[in-house]
Structures are given as structure tokens and as C-alpha cells.
Design a protein around this ligand. Structure first.
Ligand code: HEC
Length: 139
């Protein structure tokens, strides 16, 4: 009898422990949801394409075709699809200055959640062109 009680109690503790553990992980994930970080070596990767008109102009075309629906024609996060997304696309015009080119490159290649990965769709040079375009915009 005593042993049976003990086992039931232990099971209870175990269950509560598991629930607490899952909650902790859940809360942690929520807190860091906006801390989307690229791996260190990706962040340090240098942009091999000079930010000149020959890069920025095609970069703008790619941006309008592939990114503007979500991130907005004005690159302010207010694209026509933005309202349908659970997470509002960031205002890249404002956010870009906080991120290295390598960091942006990695995020565009890999995507996250509702942000699609562009690894297959865009060539590396096209991605650097988009980055040069975004970074060329006045705030
Ligand atoms: C279907 C909508 C959608 C499209 C298309 C899209 N994005 Fe995004 N993007 C998002 C969302 C949503 C996030 C936020 C993701 C998150 O934090 O979970 C995001 C995040 C980003 C970030 C990270 C910004 C930061 O502060 O870390 C970059 C950079 C970015 N997008 C660039 C682009 C570029 C460049 C394109 C086009 C090649 C593009 N996105 C196309 C929805 C989109």
C-alpha cells in the first residue's frame, strides 16, 4: 500500500517536472524568437560585390520581384501579404544597419518560419545585389 502510494506520488512529481521543463523551453523560445542569429562565420562573411549602380539596380529588381510582397515596396515591412503573416516582416530599411552583410546573406539563403529560404531560387550574386540595394536606401 505504502509503496503504491509512493509510486503514484513519484509519478506525479515526474509529470509536474516534465511540464515545468517544457514550459521553460517554450518561454525561452518565445523570448528568443526575435533574436534570429546567423552562425558566427556566416556573420563575418564579406560581401564580394561592390555597392555600385551595376549591383544596386539589379538588386532592386530582384527585391521587387521576390521580397516586396512581404517586406513592402518601400522596404518598410508593409507588403501586401504582410497582414496574412503571423509574424510581421521586419522593416528592412531600418533593420539592415544593425546587421552585417554576411548575416543578411545567411538569413536570406536559409529563411526562417514564414520567411522562405532563397538558397535555390537566387544565385549568390543576386543575394549580394539585393543586400547592396537594401543598404543603399536612406532611412
Ligand atoms: C512570404 C513573406 C516573405 C518574403 C517573400 C520574404 N520575407 Fe524576409 N522575412 C519575412 C518574415 C515573416 C521575417 C521574420 C522572420 C522571423 O523572425 O521569424 C523575415 C525576415 C527577414 C530578414 C531578417 C531581418 C532581421 O532583422 O534579422 C531578412 C534579412 C529578410 N527577411 C530579407 C528578405 C529578402 C531579401 C527577401 C527577398 C529575397 C525576403 N526577405 C522575402 C517574410 C518574408
Amino acid at each position: 500500500m505504502f509503496l503504491k502510494n509512493l509510486i503514484t506520488r513519484l509519478k506525479g512529481f515526474f509529470l509536474i517536472g516534465t511540464i515545468m521543463f517544457c514550459l521553460a523551453i517554450c518561454i525561452h523560445n518565445r523570448a528568443s524568437a526575435h533574436e534570429w542569429k546567423a552562425p558566427k562565420d556566416a556573420v563575418q562573411k564579406k560581401n564580394p560585390i561592390k555597392s555600385t549602380k551595376t549591383s544596386i539596380d539589379p538588386g532592386k529588381k530582384i527585391y521587387i520581384q521576390f521580397c516586396a510582397d512581404c517586406h513592402g515596396k518601400k522596404v518598410d515591412g508593409n507588403g501586401s501579404m504582410a497582414a496574412e503573416l503571423k509574424i510581421k516582416p521586419p522593416d528592412l530599411k531600418n533593420r539592415a544597419k544593425y546587421h552585417s552583410d554576411g548575416d543578411l546573406f545567411w538569413k536570406i539563403q536559409n529563411g526562417k518560419g514564414e520567411m522562405p529560404p532563397f538558397r535555390e531560387e537566387l544565385q549568390e550574386q543576386e543575394i549580394w545585389n539585393v543586400i547592396n540595394y537594401i543598404k543603399s536606401l536612406p532611412e
